[in-house]
Design a protein around this ligand. Structure first.
Ligand SMILES: Cc1cc2nc3c(=O)[nH]c(=O)nc-3n(C[C@H](O)[C@H](O)[C@H](O)COP(=O)(O)OP(=O)(O)OC[C@H]3O[C@@H](n4cnc5c(N)ncnc54)[C@H](O)[C@@H]3O)c2cc1C
Length: 252
């Protein structure tokens, strides 16, 4: 196995929809729970021996080491996530992880910026940073119940919080007041956030990229991320969390 990753047959402890098309899974996987860190992910097998064949990547949303459980929060967008959402307590799901490089967690004030289900990993991150200010941009009020309490919100349809995009929430932000910034969401949203930040803040921003990927551990080469040094980085092995200034945003 690669860099401490494990392939566990995890017992489904909880499986339910928390909002329209948003599912939560809690899996008993003691080996992975003991090792995983915020920003890392696992590859979950939707259905043994059936289509889709490849596992699906999901970020750890939470981890309870003493209970030996990890949790996931995900949008049901296709066959794989649909099958995962249909699991019942008592079923088993194969789980490969922990994978990738997570957030570099240093003490200080944290600003967390999410687009849509990019917020899925923030509860786990907040549990390790000891708190932080969360800004979230959503299409509508769907999914706002999944956000950490106290999040500042923008919705595109104006149904909750400020009408607009998450970047509209940045106008009041004093970037110098934060030691670390975590950004997760669709690539265009992360690019807009990084471009809105002052250049001096770039080395304090960590972005979690969600490129589609096949294997999750650097073998298939299916998840290239353009590097600011030229060439490409691998999302699954070099990331998915990168320092913002390591990425060539022009080519994203
Ligand atoms: C490291 C990593 C962590 C992730 N963590 C989460 C998470 O915590 N919660 C969550 O909801 N999703 C997360 N995703 C995205 C999730 O993996 C995909 O939504 C899932 O693989 C789709 O599988 P599917 O079989 O249901 O859909 P598919 O049939 O494979 O695809 C359905 C639709 O979704 C689109 N899609 C597939 N993968 C992605 C992607 N990575 N980004 C954008 N669009 C995509 C496809 O283009 C297609 O339009 C993560 C992705 C990565 C790479």
């Amino acid at each position: 196995m690669n860099g401490g990753m494990m392939d566990e047959s995890a017992l489904v402890m909880e499986s339910r929809f928390v909002d329209d098309g948003i599912a939560r899974l809690v899996l008993e996987a003691p080996g992975i729970a003991a090792e995983c860190r915020p920003g890392q992910f696992a590859m979950l097998e939707p259905s043994p021996g059936a289509f889709p064949v490849t596992r699906r990547p999901l970020t750890f949303s939470g981890c309870d080491r003493s209970a030996g459980t990890v949790s996931f929060l995900f949008d049901v967008v296709g066959k794989g996530t649909s099958l995962l959402s249909e699991a019942s307590p008592g079923d088993r799901i194969r789980l490969l992880g922990p994978l990738g490089r997570g957030y570099d967690i240093t003490p200080g004030r944290w600003l967390l910026i999410a687009g849509g289900m990019g917020a899925a990993g923030f509860p786990f991150l907040l549990s390790r940073t000891g708190g932080g200010l969360v800004l979230a941009g959503m299409r509508s009020s769907r999914g706002i119940g999944c956000l950490p309490a106290g999040s500042r919100l923008a919705t595109e349809d104006g149904s909750a919080g400020v009408r607009g995009l998450v970047t509209d929430l940045l106008v009041d932000i004093d970037w110098d007041a934060f030691d670390s910034v975590a950004v997760c969401g669709p690539a265009p949203m992360m690019k807009a956030v990084v471009l809105a930040a002052p250049r001096s803040a770039a080395h304090r921003i960590q972005v979690s990229m969600e490129s589609g990927m096949g294997c999750g551990w650097g073998v298939c080469g299916g998840c290239p991320v353009p590097s600011s040094g030229g060439g490409y980085l691998s999302c699954c092995r070099d990331g998915p969390v990168f320092r913002a200034d390591c990425i060539d945003w022009e080519r994203v």
